[in-house]
Design a protein around this ligand. Structure first.
Ligand code: G6P
Ligand code: MN
Length: 437
């Protein structure tokens, strides 16, 4: 079975390849890497060659890459890290959050990601109609919803953050993942864990929320001060919504943005891969990236270093492999994924892509029932879904005004005049947004 990775020159591709090599059944027998940047493609090809011997082919031709694929893994970054730097800098200069996927920066990113992802979805439907498309391209929920218009339920969005959160909480509770039923729901980077039910139907979560010592042992307990009041453990990205002033200030006063740090680091890393030992160069850069993930938020709250624990289930590559195994081998798995709602959350329509536990087997990913969202989550989810829908309409119509309305609808912008300034500032710096008129 062939896996095609779009964004194949990306920094995380060796993680995916390593996961494929570690799969005892070797579900994937051949990998095709596609990227628009031949130099990065070549560099990552070298890292993979040093990692193992699963056949890899590289191409810059999208039709060739998609044809014959059983799985398409889309992990592209339209505009590259340079675009991410603009997303962050323009927002911070306007006095709002400058972040990859949340708020003004996330909207600008969505306005770039969606048009290209629609082209990919259309071509996939044409040349690989039976393929499963696993989407990691951010903003992952928005992009998955856009692609679902063309691919239906054959597109499945993934993210590592819900799995990581649930893993930390279950470890703290000493609960066995196979024995519990989870209430985790929301949108991508906007979800909450609000129930952990054991085999006897008891909810174990209130016990954790009432135990300050135990809460201190998990990252979310240190990051958020109000878990008991929420009755839930929020995804780490909720920190931007619960402390907008603090997180803005932490990002504004950082010596450089996350994107600027990664841009510099990656230029160095890709150069090193070409000029010295490829695998070591990549490993060094990856460790540094992991260790500095969301560091502004963690230093703001005193949450400390990100825990590095080799025994943890793998990150997004682990989720991607688990999805592919369940689909290809008809090995049922329960995973938190981005799929069409189909009645799961009553506050959203059936076609809205939501992030919820799903049962995955050869027929696809089907959302499992969850308890209704906590009251405090409802307005936020609605507002961000409204924003996403306005982004989709801006892309469909090429309307600058729709993009402005998307900004205004987002809780971390919330103002039409500011929204207009942001959209115009982004349009001035990002050639990919020239279509907005
Ligand atoms: C997590 C999120 C991704 C996001 C990434 C950013 O993995 O799930 O959606 O892109 O963090 O990490 P970075 O190291 O690029 O700041
Ligand atoms: Mn994510």
């Amino acid at each position: 079975m062939r896996l095609t990775i779009l964004g194949g020159g990306g920094f995380r591709v060796p993680l995916v390849y390593r996961a494929l090599l570690a799969d005892p059944e070797r579900t994937i027998t051949e990998v095709v890497l596609h990227d628009v940047d031949a130099g990065r493609l070549d560099a990552i090809g070298r890292v993979l060659a040093a990692l193992g011997s699963l056949p890899v082919r590289t191409t810059t031709d999208l039709t060739e890459a998609l044809t014959g694929a059983a799985f398409v893994f889309s992990a592209i970054r339209v505009g590259g890290l340079r675009g991410r730097v603009v997303d962050e800098r323009v927002a911070l200069a306007a006095g709002v959050l400058g972040q990859e996927t949340v708020g003004a920066g996330g909207i600008a990113y969505g306005l770039r990601s969606v048009p290209e992802s629609l082209r990919i979805a259309a071509l996939t439907a044409e040349v690989a109609p039976d393929a499963w498309l696993i989407n990691f391209t951010n903003p992952a929920g928005l992009v998955t919803e856009a692609m679902s218009g063309l691919l239906g339920d054959r597109v499945i969005g993934i993210c590592d953050s819900p799995t990581g959160l649930v893993d930390r909480v279950l470890r703290a509770l000493g609960a066995d993942p196979g024995e519990v039923r989870i209430d985790y729901a929301g949108l991508n980077h906007l979800g909450w864990l609000y129930g952990v039910h054991d085999a006897a139907g008891r909810d174990l979560l209130p016990g954790l929320l009432a135990d300050d010592k135990l809460l201190e042992t998990i990252e979310e307990g240190r990051l958020f001060g109000n878990l008991r009041e929420l009755g839930a453990v929020p995804n780490e990205y909720l920190h931007y919504y619960y402390d907008p002033a603090g997180t803005f200030e932490a990002l504004r006063s950082a010596p450089r943005t996350r994107g600027a740090f990664l841009l510099e680091q990656q230029e160095r890393c890709y150069h090193d891969i070409a000029s010295r030992e490829p695998l070591q160069a990549w490993r060094d850069a990856w460790r540094e990236r992991e260790a500095t993930y969301m560091s502004e938020n963690r230093s703001l709250t005193g949450a400390g270093e990100r825990e590095q624990d080799e025994s943890r289930p793998a990150g997004y590559e682990g989720v991607a492999l688990a999805v592919m195994r369940a689909l290809a081998r008809d090995e049922p798995a329960t995973l938190i994924l981005n799929v069409r709602n189909r009645g799961t959350l009553s506050i959203l329509d059936d076609d809205a892509v939501v992030e919820v536990p799903c049962r995955v087997d050869a027929r696809g990913a089907v959302p499992l029932p969850v308890a209704p969202l906590p009251g405090h989550a409802v307005e936020l989810v609605r507002a961000v879904k409204t924003t996403d829908r306005l982004i989709l309409s801006a892309v469909a119509t090429g309307s600058r005004d729709a993009a402005v309305r998307a900004m205004a609808a987002h809780p971390l912008v919330g103002d039409a005049e500011l929204g207009a300034r942001l959209v115009d500032a982004y349009r001035a710096e990002l050639p990919e947004l020239a279509y907005l008129a």
